[in-house]
Design a protein around this ligand. Structure first.
Ligand code: ATP
Length: 362
């Protein structure tokens, strides 16, 4: 297997995107200048903008941001699954673990190989996918259909499905013989995760997998995902608007703002020493995982329109620290530590200007 060059690893972006701490780690997915655009009557809508990020083999990376920040677009772009008429550009390179295999140019794949890659190498649980189960098929039929479509041995595949379902604390026989309406939301979501893993992918991308579930179920799925990663040597990309939730799971966190990464770093650094005023606002917006809704402080202002992203720092219109520079000059991604990067002109002063609220669970 060919590894990424040190030049790419050390590359620093000048456009507010991130390649945090990539100093020679084993990289499984490498995104460069990854962008998605839609041509609209009122102009070009840039819903993902020149994103540079490396996903490391075996890590769980949380991708966080408000609604409309580009999280789902990032997930779709990773799998070359952006729907028409969206145009994806840049590169996504997948480095299989198998030493014999060459790196794969994901955005350059034809339909057939792309379909194979999507289930067998990089699998995705799409937002709201629970409702896409066929109501007339039981779960066994869903598994068999997927195994058949990829020429997998059905007997072995069902054995694997049973093991995965048991790993997810489900009764395999009961689930396989049930129809979608017979299972609760939490059970269906876990069955969906088992289905996404049945063809033994290396990477699992999940878009808001716990959004529709109650707090207790969210927490239990989070801990099951961590166990699954360890047991099956998976790499996970976990997309959510819920920063406190993902801190319980992720090794690293990337915060998306206005279709670019504002800050990326190891989870402990992102929680204990966030440097971007937007990351701090996100943490302050949910002081505690158990806090009642009434205690949440929403971030003032709204996310930028992808047709008219502000010049300079895209956050400047909402930022309490903004100066004239922020209106004109786009902040480059700067290293805070070897494992933490931020795109803010004033990151050194953020402690005084945007204090973290006392109640943040850390
Ligand atoms: N088919 C489409 N055509 C044009 N614009 C789109 C399309 N789908 C999404 N967008 C726009 O792309 C931007 C990013 O959307 P995306 O779904 O990635 O956000 P998100 O961060 O995942 O939000 P949410 O948490 O609400 O799912 C939004 O401004 C959205 O309106």
């Amino acid at each position: 297997m060919s590894k990424t060059s040190s030049t790419l690893h050390e590359r620093q972006s000048s456009n507010g995107t991130a390649d945090s701490g990539s100093t020679g780690e084993d990289i499984i997915l490498e995104c460069r200048d990854l962008s998605v655009a839609f041509e609209m009557d009122r102009g070009t809508s840039r819903v993902l903008h020149n994103v540079d990020i490396d996903i490391r083999r075996g890590e769980i990376i949380g991708i966080v941001g408000e609604s409309g920040s580009g999280k789902s677009m990032f997930a779709s772009a990773l799998l070359n699954a952006v729907v028409d008429p969206g145009k994806t550009s840049g590169t996504v390179t997948y480095h299989p673990s198998d030493d014999e295999s060459d790196p794969v140019d994901v955005l350059g794949l034809d339909k057939g190989p792309l379909r194979t890659l999507r289930w067998e190498d990089i699998s995705m649980v799409f937002q709201g996918a629970m409702s896409s189960f066929n109501p007339t098929m039981d779960f066994r039929e869903h598994f068999v259909e997927t195994l058949d479509a990829h020429d997998y041995d059905v007997v072995e595949g069902i054995e694997r499905a049973e093991e995965l379902l048991a790993d997810l604390y489900l009764d395999p026989d009961r689930v396989l013989d049930s129809y979608p309406h017979e299972l609760s939301g939490g059970m269906k979501q876990r069955a969906l995760i088992a289905l996404a893993l049945v063809l033994e992918p290396e990477v699992l991308v999940m878009d808001e997998p716990t959004a529709a579930l109650d707090l207790l179920m969210q927490r239990s799925i989070i801990s099951l995902l961590s166990d699954l990663r360890d047991k099956y040597d998976l790499t996970m990309v976990f997309i959510t608007h819920d920063l406190p939730l993902v801190t319980k799971l992720a090794d690293r966190i990337g915060v998306l703002y206005a279709f670019e990464f504002a800050e990326v770093g190891n989870t402990a650094e992102m929680v204990e020493n966030p440097r971007h005023p937007y990351t701090r606002a996100l943490l302050n917006a949910t002081p505690n995982l158990d806090a009642p809704l009434s205690e949440m402080r929403p971030i003032e202002g709204s996310a930028p329109d992808p047709v008219n992203v502000p010049a300079g720092c895209p956050y400047h219109e909402r930022c309490p620290m903004a100066t004239a520079d922020c209106e004109d000059v786009k902040p480059p991604m700067e290293l805070v530590t070897d494992t933490h990067e931020v795109a803010c002109h004033h990151w050194r002063d953020v402690d005084d200007e945007v204090p973290l609220s006392v109640g943040v669970e850390r």
